[in-house]
Design a binder for this molecule. Structure first.
Ligand code: HDE
Length: 702
């Protein structure tokens, strides 16, 4: 017993604060098991009282009761009991990183916003990506919208662009937001399903809200299952205003465009990834930033005036509509780079408080009824979530510019203003701060008048035209994915009337889509089309709405899953590693044992994944380099067979050594198509990696 490092006969018989020897294992490498050095800080209570023993509570006698007097134990447990704050009611699961916005094309003629006014100007940024419906512990690959919230710490205060990876929203008026979110969250009587829209309540609500149809097309598309945060777009969604030095306003919509191009997974992969790596997206961001591959987006603006707004087919205040880039091009004005992970997840990512009402001089709101409602909601939610009005004192939320005001006191106030003046006006010398009209925030002097009514503008009445445009703008593969996704989701709904109602809506979008879903569901009779409030119109195809038409064309930032066995051809392995590195990609080695494999040249290649935990769904492309014996052994392993057959089924580009063909044959993949390369020499790897830039060999299923 005396060898157990945590065992102490009793605190007062100890002669030192020695915690005992940390166990060391032979060959363990040492550092992880080393004890803190002599200069390690002394442990104290949160009141600063030095602690002698952190292993044993204070007891009356060796086997007696624990004493209430043990202030150290009580403080420790009480603090632990209070470690959680309410998770966000939406966007609970998120992941954040620090970086900066750099201006490449300043626009002082459009806005007086100082952070956008000079070429090369850099503004610190914090970005939090999120899913919407799931709780904090849900899986990253849920079919869902992704939040894309950016906090810019400008010299004129914090500007939050709290956007999504989809440019439109489900509803037009904020008053419907609680209904929308209630419907998608777990059903209240049973408490499931978690992080899924595939259930009756969601589709019941949607089927009764035609305005949601455009956004539903997006959430049923592969946009809702991004490959990672690094390969998705962001949108401010609403129309905002820029205001220039002369007080002239223009309309603006914000866009974030990923430098590495757009990419999504396919649904079948998403299902596998949710089990194999529920943290797939956060791990991807973490790894990229740790490796120095800093993710980057361009900041683009669509700017337009009142004349365009008046002539546009839809109301620019309606957040269920977008403005096609073909109609108003996106002007790139800057780059957002994420180059630093947080030091502490709770302090930064959890406590960051985005508020749509945080805007800076030169930017203003519009009357979009969704935005107006959000401007109320975000402040309110932060007060609840972070426990009081002083959440701006938390470092991640505090402005990085000077700030002065008379707001004071309250729970957890961290500021201690000095002096007598805490009201304005006052007559004390140096009794500021004072408001200053020049160069400060001024709302656009826009005339406002109207009758006080609960009303939806007539100009918001078209619910199908842009849904149709979105669907028509997709490639055939993408259209099939949309139909499959709707069939999948509606197959999880128990109520046939809901399925029928959705098909009735789809008939207003595209008869072919309606027919595919009708067939996929096995409905008895095709329902009549839903009667639209306004007849849909045909709009031109917009290529920018497709992911596949905007793919990267290169393997940069992507990952090859390399399955190897003992005796695998070392030259082929090296050829692949070099070709992927030259293309700016990464290789993750998968092997029958996580210890790795001994290659043909006798060298040992460490693995990052054991084949059971590294399914091919985790990778953008795969290669299997095996020896003859190795391939035969792999062919007997179910996970290795799945690695091969799923890579094929997911239309991945696949390379293999001649010997590895056995694995594919035994896994039922007997054909070889142009997406598959049998490597015979290392220099063939380059061509394979070039082909991988197309991401998928879709022709496999044409
Ligand atoms: Fe949000 N939303 N939202 N939302 N939203 C929140 O604020 C809300 C909407 C978005 O990473 C909440 O801090 C209302 C549209 C993101 O911390 C809450 C309405 C868009 C995030 C809230 C909307 C968004 C939130 C929950 C309808 C895209 C995560 C916790 C009027 C443009 C920010 C919180 C982060 C978070 C309310 C609609 C994006 C409750 C009332 C449209 C990215 O305040």
């Amino acid at each position: 017993m005396a060898d157990d490092p945590l065992y102490r006969p009793s605190a007062d018989t100890q002669t030192t604060t020695d915690q005992g020897d940390y166990p060391t294992e032979p060959g363990s490498g040492g550092e992880l098991h080393q004890r803190p050095g002599a200069d390690a800080p002394r442990m104290t209570t949160s009141q600063g009282i030095p602690i002698a023993d952190d292993q044993n509570s204070l007891k009356a006698g060796e086997r007696g009761p624990t004493l209430l007097e043990d202030f150290h134990m009580r403080e420790k447990i009480f603090h632990f009991d209070h470690e959680r704050i309410p998770e966000r009611v939406v966007h609970a699961r998120g992941y954040g990183a620090h970086g900066y916005l750099e201006i490449t094309d300043p626009i002082p003629e459009l806005t007086s916003a100082k952070l956008l006014s000079e070429k090369g100007k850099k503004t610190p940024a914090f970005v939090r990506f999120s899913t919407v419906a799931g709780n904090k512990g849900s899986a990253d690959l849920a079919r869902d919208v992704r939040g894309f919230a950016v906090k810019l710490y400008s010299e004129d205060g914090n500007w939050d662009i709290v956007g999504n990876n989809i440019p439109v929203f489900f509803i037009q008026d904020a008053i419907k937001f609680p209904d929308l979110i209630h419907s998608v969250k777990p059903e209240p009587d049973r408490g499931f399903p978690q992080a899924q829209s595939a259930h009756d309540n969601f589709w019941d609500f949607i089927s009764l809200m035609p305005e949601a149809m455009h956004m539903v097309m997006w959430t049923m598309s592969d946009r809702a299952i991004p490959r990672s945060f690094r390969f998705m777009e962001g949108f401010g969604v609403h129309t905002f205003r820029f205001v220039n030095d002369e007080g002239k306003g223009t309309f603006v919509k914000f866009h974030w465009k990923p430098k590495l191009g757009l990419q999504s997974v396919v649904w079948d992969e998403a299902v596998t990834i949710m089990g194999a790596d529920p943290d797939f997206h956060r791990r991807d961001l973490w790894q990229a930033i740790q490796n120095g591959d800093f993710p980057e987006w361009e900041l683009g603006v669509q700017v337009f005036d009142d004349d365009f707004a008046d002539s546009f087919e839809f109301d620019v205040l309606d957040a269920t509509k977008l403005i096609p880039e073909e109609q108003v091009p996106v002007r790139i004005i800057g780059r957002l780079v994420l180059d630093r992970m947080v030091d502490n997840f709770f302090a930064e990512t959890e406590q960051v408080a985005f508020c749509t009402q945080n805007i800076v001089p030169g930017v203003d709101f519009t009357n979009d009824p969704l935005l107006q409602g959000r401007n109320f909601s975000y402040l309110d939610t932060q007060i609840k979530r972070l426990g009081g009005p002083n959440f701006t004192h938390i470092p991640i939320n505090a402005p990085k510019c000077p700030f002065h005001h008379f707001q004071q006191d309250g729970h957890m106030a961290m500021h201690a203003p000095k002096g007598r003046a805490n009201y304005e006006p006052n007559s004390w010398q140096k009794g500021g701060p004072r408001a200053e009209p020049v160069g400060s925030y001024q709302s656009l002097a826009e005339p406002v008048q109207g009758e006080k009514r609960r009303i939806r503008a007539e100009s918001f009445a078209d619910h199908y035209s842009q849904a149709r445009q979105f669907y028509k703008s997709q490639t055939e593969v993408e259209q099939t994915h949309i139909a499959n996704a709707i069939v999948f989701e509606l197959s999880k709904c128990e109520t046939q009337a809901i399925r029928e109602r959705i098909v009735a809506h789809l008939r207003n979008i595209d008869e072919g889509l309606a027919k595919s879903v009708f067939d996929g569901l096995g409905l008895p009779e095709m329902p009549e089309p839903m009667k639209p409030a306004r007849d849909p119109i045909d709009l031109p195809v917009s290529d920018k709405l497709s992911i596949l038409k905007n793919g990267p064309g290169r393997f940069e930032g992507r990952k090859l899953g390399l399955l190897v066995t003992d005796g695998a051809d070392a030259a082929l392995v090296k050829g692949l590693q070099d070709a992927v590195a030259a293309a700016g990609g990464m290789v993750e080695v998968v092997a029958p044992k996580v210890g790795g494999a001994k290659l043909s040249d006798g060298n040992h290649l460490p693995a990052q994944q054991k084949v059971d935990g590294g399914p091919s769904a985790l990778y953008d492309a795969v290669a299997v380099i095996a020896s003859k014996d190795g391939a035969e052994a792999l062919a007997k392993m179910h996970p290795a067979g799945m690695f091969a057959s799923e890579a094929y089924a997911h239309a991945k580009f696949i390379a293999m050594s001649k010997e590895a063909e056995t694995l594919f044959d035994k896994a039922g993949v007997t054909e070889r198509d142009e997406g598959m390369t049998v490597l015979t020499a290392p220099d063939e790897a380059k061509g394979f990696v070039e082909a991988c830039g197309q991401m998928r060999y879709w022709a496999r299923f044409a």
